[in-house]
Design a protein around this ligand. Structure first.
Ligand SMILES: C[S@@+](CC[C@H](N)C(=O)[O-])C[C@H]1O[C@@H](n2cnc3c(N)ncnc32)[C@H](O)[C@@H]1O
Length: 309
């Protein structure tokens, strides 16, 4: 299940479109991406995804996206002036990356990342595209409702702070018609749904091409950076695939509510990482209080201190 709405950015593509996929693949290949055993295609789970072009065995290393394609908080800014202001402001990683995305995407064909930006969804599947009313209606009684509202408010507040402290002071560098709340929510939606922490590199990065892989709660394959072999982003298949089958990675062992918050979808298949938090208490007047407490503790559960019940 996916949740998407219209936003106001003028770049990117229809989230299901693979029309720009060839542009992305040609750009990556011309710039040094090794021949792939995967191709971008329309898929059942996830709209677009990477599909095996040949038989893949379990334990096969795939992708090999060179480090030069990665977008991280220390990537070189196409607009040096924007980069200078943001670096001097000492912003954290996420707003830095969000502004980087808007800055580069708004440069159109003059950005070296153009072939990547045209494949990014114009409307990322993200909770940030929902209004507070929609969250309240669609997530009534859901344990993630409060977190969703908090997330929308945090991003909106961060945008307002940046507008007051940075954008309004440099209107020529951050034109108000480009650095809109919609653009900021687009950028954060892209980051929520595509940014990965590469453990061996120790940083967050957008990895063009690798970010076309969809998630399955049933696979155990994670993106990482291979320091030894050509310094590139790879993953190792945890099962075999037939030609034409969609290849999945794991976005982490996350419950469906967390996937909805970060990535805007709920997996259609069984998710063993789902759980429901149940709050229970023991009545300290209960004659079996001690026996029940011991039984709870034996099963790794705790009880609130009796005086709180
Ligand atoms: C890293 S991107 C993967 C590529 C994406 N499908 C695309 O076309 O750009 C993450 C997004 O893919 C979609 N997605 C990933 N796994 C999915 C799944 N199992 N079911 C439905 N949508 C999924 C969600 O929209 C998510 O925000």
């Amino acid at each position: 299940m996916n949740f998407r709405k219209k936003t106001g950015v003028s770049w990117g593509c229809d989230p299901r479109s693979i029309e720009n996929g060839t542009l992305l693949q040609d750009w990556l290949t011309n710039e040094g991406l090794a021949k792939q055993k995967l191709v971008l295609d329309r898929v059942e789970s996830g709209g677009r995804g990477l599909v095996a072009t040949q038989s893949l065995r379990q334990g096969e290393r795939l992708l090999f996206v060179p480090s030069k394609f990665l977008i991280s908080a220390d990537s070189e800014w196409g607009c040096a002036e924007t980069g200078k202001i943001i670096k001097e402001a000492g912003l954290p990683e996420w707003p830095t990356l969000a502004i980087f995305l808007i800055s580069e995407a708004s440069r159109g064909t003059t950005s070296p990342w153009f072939p990547y930006f045209v494949t990014l969804p114009k409307t990322p599947s993200s909770i940030l595209q929902w209004t507070e009313d929609e969250v309240n209606i669609w997530l009534t009684a859901s344990p993630v409702r409060e977190k969703a509202l908090e997330c929308i408010r945090d991003v909106t507040e961060t945008y307002r702070d940046l507008r007051a402290t940075i954008f309004s002071k440099h209107p020529d560098v951050f034109p108000s018609q480009v650095y809109t709340l919609e653009a900021f929510k687009w950028a954060f939606g892209i980051l929520f749904s595509r940014l990965v922490r590469l453990p061996s590199l120790g940083k967050l990065a957008l990895v063009p091409w690798a970010d076309m892989l969809n998630h399955s709660p049933q696979v155990d394959a994670f993106l990482d950076f291979d320091q030894s072999n050509g310094k590139s982003v790879v993953f190792v298949t945890d099962r075999a695939y037939q030609p034409g089958e969609q290849v999945f990675i794991s976005y982490g062992k996350r419950p469906s509510g967390e996937l909805l918050l970060a990535y805007g979808f709920i997996p259609s298949e069984f998710n063993a990482h789902d759980y429901v938090e149940l709050e229970m208490g023991l009545d300290n007047e209960d004659p079996s209080y001690d026996a029940k407490l011991t039984a709870l503790e034996e099963h790794g559960l705790s009880s609130y201190p009796p005086h709180l019940i």
